[in-house]
Design a protein around this ligand. Structure first.
Ligand code: RP5
Length: 167
C-alpha cells in the first residue's frame, strides 16, 4: 500500500523536481509506516500563487503536517508556515554551491513568531522529518504508533545483531 491511496495526512512539497532525490526519503519512510501522504512540487519563487493556495487549503484538506524541502535561498518552508497553521517541517536540500549550508540557514533562522521545525541537511533530514511527522500523528492514530514502534524495535535489533564492525 502506498500513502497516496487514503486521504493524505501529510503533504510533502519541494521547490523543484530536482529535490525529489532527497525528498523521496521522506516519502519512503511514510510509505513504510503506512502514513497517507501526497507529494507536490511547489516553488516559492517560480509558482508563488500555487504556494499560497497550497498553504491556505492545507488544513481544510485534512493535512496535519507539511514536510517542505528546498535548496539554496530556501524560503518555501517559511512562506508555507506564514500562510498556514499546519506544522511545517523544513528539510534543507544539499545545494551544489554551498553544500546545503545556505538551505539550512535559510530554513532554520526564522524570526520569532512563525516557527519551522528544521531537520538535517539532505537525506537524513528528509527521513527524520517523516519520522517526526509520524510521531506527531501517532497519538491519534494507533496504527501509526504501532508502525513507528515496530520500526524502532527493528532498528535496535539490527544494530544489536550486527555489533561487530569487522563482520
Ligand atoms: C530551489 O532551488 C529548489 O528547492 C532547488 O533545491 C533549487 C534548485 O532548483 P532547480 O534549479 O534544480 O530547479 O528552489
Amino acid at each position: 500500500m502506498t500513502g497516496e491511496t487514503k486521504a493524505p495526512l501529510v503533504g510533502i512539497v519541494m521547490g523543484s523536481r530536482s529535490d525529489w532525490e532527497t525528498m523521496q526519503h521522506a516519502a519512503a519512510k511514510l510509505d513504510a509506516l503506512g502514513v497517507a501522504h501526497e507529494v507536490r512540487v511547489v516553488s516559492a519563487h517560480r509558482t508563488p500563487d500555487v504556494l499560497f493556495d497550497y498553504a491556505t487549503t492545507a488544513q481544510s484538506r485534512g493535512l496535519r503536517a507539511i514536510i517542505a524541502g528546498a535548496g539554496g535561498a530556501a524560503h518555501l518552508p517559511g512562506m508555507l508556515a506564514a500562510k498556514t497553521a499546519v506544522p511545517v517541517l523544513g528539510v534543507p536540500v544539499q545545494s551544489k554551491a554551498l553544500n546545503g549550508m545556505d538551505s539550512l540557514l535559510s530554513i532554520v533562522q526564522m524570526p520569532a513568531g512563525i516557527p519551522v521545525a528544521t531537520f538535517a541537511i539532505g537525506n537524513a533530514g528528509a527521513a527524520n522529518a517523516a519520522l517526526f511527522a509520524a510521531a506527531m500523528l501517532a497519538n491519534e492514530h494507533p496504527s501509526i504508533a504501532d508502525a513507528l514502534a515496530a520500526f524502532r524495535a527493528r532498528q535496535t535489533d539490527d544494530v544489536a545483531s550486527n555489533d561487530d564492525p569487522r563482520k
